[in-house]
Design a protein around this ligand. Structure first.
Ligand code: FE2
Ligand code: FE2
Ligand code: FE2
Length: 440
């Protein structure tokens, strides 16, 4: 890989994006957070949009269905924090069967069913707050807030009933249930059982008018081919573009808000992404990268660990030495980060930096064991800052070290783990000028 990719287009203006540009790829990070295989959120979006079209909703409502569906379970990231205390296995799996079970049923068998059930209910509350902070339109926020309400009033968190439930929430809730049923079986059986599922949901869990539309849709090959399309994400983007989606998302703000959300997952990571981003930007400037390049590196700093959503908290926060399997899972996180980021137009190159942020210059890093300059410059920058911020921050099982000790540790990692030249620049130009209180 080319490491000295310093010359690049230098547009200083931040490009504007459509929500679908960022939400479609980011939704795969949410599938990871629920311990699902990638694609659940996109399939819920596909089904929701199909229903919205069949009901002839306006373009803005159709888009709200897509956005809300893509982000419907974003609250799981917050609700899942600390949940491993109550679950024996992978805490994320508590969330996967949500649309088909009551919170109490899903919490059965955990060490504290009451606590776990209330966390499940809370994912809706957190989720609607998060999508509001991400700037999604009000109808999409409402959709997220009500995706577990049920037609007969037995849903949560507000036990809304019938038409009290906003239409977008009714649509997303139905789509979520249908995809949960479909993902338990093969495409062939899903199609065969479809009508039976729908009659079971009708009037109890879901609006019977919506069910009728969905029943019609289920008769068409297009619906099923779309749902099981390998490239569902391109399909969804195309459909969103056709709805004259506005370009009103600024990437920087979106990425920062998403990083804050990920930081809130573990108590000790609050604010860590911003710290990393600040140092990364300064190191990038110190080595002479231009403004646009610095901006992309900031995005990399904010998103480099997005793949950690796919790693159970039990592994992330484990005090002792990890088992071989746990290590394997942990070591996949840069690959997951890459896959999420690579889907965002304009950040393809950032994905190549991010996948290499745990490589070591001596070749003993992961995932590819790249050596020295084979590791992109940007990844070597990320690695230094990541190490610095880790050792100067308190973690559950060890306190932060002093700034002098942190300098010594970074220097001793120079040439093995870290790029020695960049370590020099970092300690000389970034840390020396850093007020002591801020460096931790
Ligand atoms: Fe949910
Ligand atoms: Fe879901
Ligand atoms: Fe990482």
């Amino acid at each position: 890989m080319d490491s000295g990719a310093i010359e690049r287009p230098t547009s200083k203006r931040q490009p504007s994006y459509m929500f679908s540009d960022v939400l479609i790829p980011m939704s795969t990070a949410l599938d990871l957070a629920e311990g699902r295989e990638a694609g659940h959120a996109q399939r819920v979006a596909h089904i929701s949009l199909a229903i919205a079209r069949a009901r002839d909703l306006e373009a803005a409502e159709k888009l709200a269905c897509v956005y809300g569906a893509l982000m419907h379970d974003v609250g799981v990231i917050v609700s899942g924090a600390g949940l491993s205390e109550y679950t024996r296995g992978d805490e994320r799996l508590v969330f996967a069967p949500m649309p088909l079970l009551t919170p109490e049923e899903a919490a059965t068998g955990t060490d504290s069913p009451e606590e776990v059930a209330s966390r499940i209910v809370d994912h809706v509350v957190h989720g609607s707050r998060v999508v509001q902070e991400l700037g999604l339109p009000a109808a999409a926020v409402q959709g997220v807030a009500t995706h577990h309400e049920r037609w007969d009033g037995a849903g949560y968190p507000h036990n809304l009933r019938g038409e009290e439930i906003p239409l977008v929430g009714r649509i997303i809730g139905l789509a979520d249930q249908v995809d949960a049923l479909a993902s338990e079986t093969t495409p062939l059986l899903a199609r065969r059982n479809f009508a039976t599922w729908l009659s079971r949901l009708s009037g109890r869990d879901a609006d019977s008018d919506l069910i009728d539309s969905l029943r019609d849709l289920g008769r068409s090959d297009d619906f099923w081919l779309g749902l099981y399309n390998e490239d569902l994400s391109s399909d969804l983007s195309r459909m969103c573009r056709n709805l004259k989606e506005p370009r009103n998302v600024k990437m920087d703000g979106f990425v920062e808000a998403f990083a804050d959300l990920m930081d809130s997952r573990l108590p000790y990571t609050a604010g860590v992404s911003r710290k990393v981003a600040r140092h990364v930007e300064r190191l990038a400037r110190a080595v002479g990268l231009d403004e646009n390049h610095q901006r992309l590196l900031r995005a990399a700093a904010f998103l480099h660990d997005v793949g950690q959503l796919g790693v159970a908290e039990r592994i992330m926060a484990k005090p002792g030495i990890l088992s071989v399997e746990e290590l394997e899972v942990l070591r996949l996180h840069p690959v997951h980060s890459h896959d999420v980021i690579a889907g965002i137009t304009g950040l393809e190159e950032v994905a190549e930096w991010v996948i290499a942020h745990h490589e070591r210059v001596d070749g003993r890093g992961y995932p590819d064991g790249k050596v020295g300059d084979e590791i992109p410059l940007e990844a070597r920058i990320l690695a230094i800052v990541d190490s610095w911020v880790a050792i100067t921050s308190d973690r559950p099982h060890r306190a932060r070290v002093s700034q002098d000790e942190a300098r010594r540790r970074l220097q001793s990692a120079a040439g093995t783990q870290l790029d020695p030249h960049l370590v020099d620049v970092f300690l000389r130009d970034v840390i020396t000028n850093e007020p002591v209180s801020k460096s931790a």
